[in-house]
Design a protein around this ligand. Structure first.
Ligand code: FAD
Ligand code: NAD
Length: 484
């Protein structure tokens, strides 16, 4: 039997590593177990987010956006560039450098805070013990007063489209294409399909997105989803709704390999051939071979670790956080759960507000939202007021040549309390955060309307949308207040 810890954490993604740091800050003897190692056997901290998710995808989104700006948008500012070329290898190397810097940074933070890093695959046993198997197959049993499960998620696979080398890939493979595919197929018009589809479309790929549902982005406010579809169409993304992929086959040799996708839609069965195919139809919790049958932790019907609002599992003193539990699969949701659990273990009464977790799709323009959308409020019979403001009426957006999109603010019809905000536009991710803070403090749309915003900023669109809720927007003609 090895050393005893106050807190043992399984998984060093954004849920686990943040929990570990907070536990250590609170004075607890903490260790974090991680199985991800590089080809030299060194541990890779940071989980999906830092290694193959949020960070590398945003690095490629930023590189490809700069390419588009240089190629198409500089001219309007009077800047001419002779020939714009993309060096894909250099773009990938930059992405890797950022990943290495950040994952190494977590190691530094562990050291600085006194978190012990344990390398190997953890399995929860009964009585708060964890068996860790290292690369060599050696097993060690650790025990702790408290255990936090943060083992995360992996991409969902679908039988008609098994992964094949670098031809049919999941999101991880789509971050590694060494050349721009001429014809890129994407299965799933969700967050990953739109973000990674955009990366390669910007660099010149002809991108076709096959989506099973008849509706585009059903979880996004309907006005914003409609506008988003228009914008993507203009950008050249061919999004085909109501399609069911039935089979895929890879043919050819070496660089000439291609994949033929058979699918059906309302008009019958079809097939299309691509150079590369990304399968991004969701992620699933990584809960298999993680729990001994007698550990006391139970799973729900979809394989998520079952927890309550405080992230307590069915086993005493065992918690679970992040993608492995219910709720949106978002890095910031998992991190905040990690902090909440650490603080509750330390005796505090911390509770995160699950109704106030923002969502973002990092395309260009960005799509971001917080709170309830219009279709949800309609379905719930909740009376609300709406104010919108277009970026085309913002002086700062015009100066930046970023006039596509709008801010849509929704407030309670009676109390005026802000219920939601939905944005498509430049820096939407940062703009929506202002409303997240407003909602956290119970603000009304009038509170935002009475707040002084710097001029000229993109933030003024949030201010104007709040003013528009009461029909007082200054820089657009007001429509009669829209109430439901
Ligand atoms: P993970 O990050 O999956 O980490 C779990 C860790 O546990 C992993 O390191 C894993 O190796 C380890 N582990 C698993 N089992 C064991 C075991 N038995 N023993 C030891 N270690 C184990 N979210 C956002 O909020 N914003 C974004 O922009 C965003 N972009 C994304 C882009 C892509 C392409 C992808 C794939 C995801 C993106 N996400 C984004 C989602 C985000 O990455 C996840 O929500 C987040 O990483 C979940 O954190 P986690 O700590 O719960 O799990
Ligand atoms: P998703 O759930 O966002 O989208 C999957 C899409 O695939 C859905 O539209 C679904 O209807 C469709 N689909 C499912 N099965 C299909 C099939 N057989 N054929 C065609 N379409 C099918 O999932 P994702 O894009 O894979 O992303 C996974 C998770 O990662 C998400 O939960 C997301 O929260 C997270 N993520 C977040 C960000 C971000 O915050 N910006 C970025 C990337 C990923």
């Amino acid at each position: 039997m090895s050393e005893k810890y106050q807190v043992l954490i399984i998984g060093a993604g954004p849920a686990g590593y943040v929990a570990a740091i907070r536990c250590a800050q609170l004075g607890m003897k903490t260790a974090c177990i991680e199985k991800w190692v590089d080809n030299k056997g060194a541990v890779k901290l940071g989980g999906t987010c830092l290694n193959v998710g949020c960070i590398p995808s945003k690095a490629l989104l930023d590189s490809s956006h700069k390419f588009v700006e240089a190629k198409h948008d500089f001219d309007i500012h009077g800047i001419s560039v002779d020939e714009v070329k993309m060096d894909v290898a250099k773009m990938l190397a930059r992405k890797e450098k950022i990943v290495t810097q950040l994952t190494g940074g977590i190691g530094g933070l562990f050291k600085a805070n006194g978190v012990t890093s344990i390398v190997g695959k953890g399995k929860l046993l009964a009585n708060k013990q964890v068996e860790v198997t290292n690369e060599a197959g050696e097993q060690t049993i650790y025990h702790a007063d408290h255990i936090i499960i943060a083992a995360g998620s992996v991409p969902v696979a679908i039988p008609p489209a098994p992964l094949v080398d670098d031809v049919v890939v999941d999101s991880t493979g789509a971050l590694e294409f060494t050349a721009v595919p001429k014809r890129l197929g994407v299965i799933g018009a969700g967050v990953i399909g739109l973000e990674l589809g955009s990366v390669w479309a910007r660099l010149g790929a002809k991108v076709t997105v096959l989506e099973a549902l008849d509706e585009f982005l059903p979880a996004v406010d309907m006005t914003i989803a409609k506008e988003t579809k228009k914008v993507f169409k203009k950008q050249g993304l061919d999004i085909r709704l109501g399609t069911r992929v039935t089979a895929t086959s890879v043919t050819g040799e070496g660089d000439a390999r291609e994949v033929t996708v058979e699918y059906s839609d309302a008009s019958g069965t079809k097939s299309e051939t691509f150079d590369k195919l990304i399968v991004c139809v969701g992620r699933r919790p990584l809960s298999e071979s993680l729990l001994a049958p007698d550990c006391g932790v139970t799973l729900d019907e979809r394989g998520f670790v079952f927890v309550n609002e405080q992230c307590e599992t069915d086993a005493r003193d065992v918690y679970a956080v992040g993608d492995i539990v219910r709720g949106p699969m978002l890095a910031h949701k998992g991190s905040e759960e990690g902090v909440m659990v650490a603080e509750r273990i330390a005796g505090k009464k911390t509770q995160i507000n699950y109704d106030n977790i923002p969502g973002v799709i990092y395309t260009h323009p960005e799509i971001a939202w917080i709170g309830k959308n219009e279709q949800e409020l309609k379905a719930a019979g909740h009376d609300y007021k709406v104010g919108t403001f277009p970026f085309s009426a913002s002086g700062r957006a015009m100066a930046a040549n970023e006039t596509t999109g709008m801010v849509k603010m929704i407030a309670d019809a009676t109390t005026d309390r802000i219920l939601g905000c939905h944005i498509i536009g430049p820096s939407a991710a940062d703009l929506v955060q202002q409303v997240v803070i407003a909602i956290e403090f119970g603000a009304s749309s009038e509170d935002l309307a009475l707040t002084v915003f710097s001029h000229p900023t993109l933030s003024e669109t949030v201010h104007e949308a709040a003013l528009a809720v009461a029909g007082h927007a200054i820089h657009i003609p007001n429509k009669p207040p829209r109430k439901k």
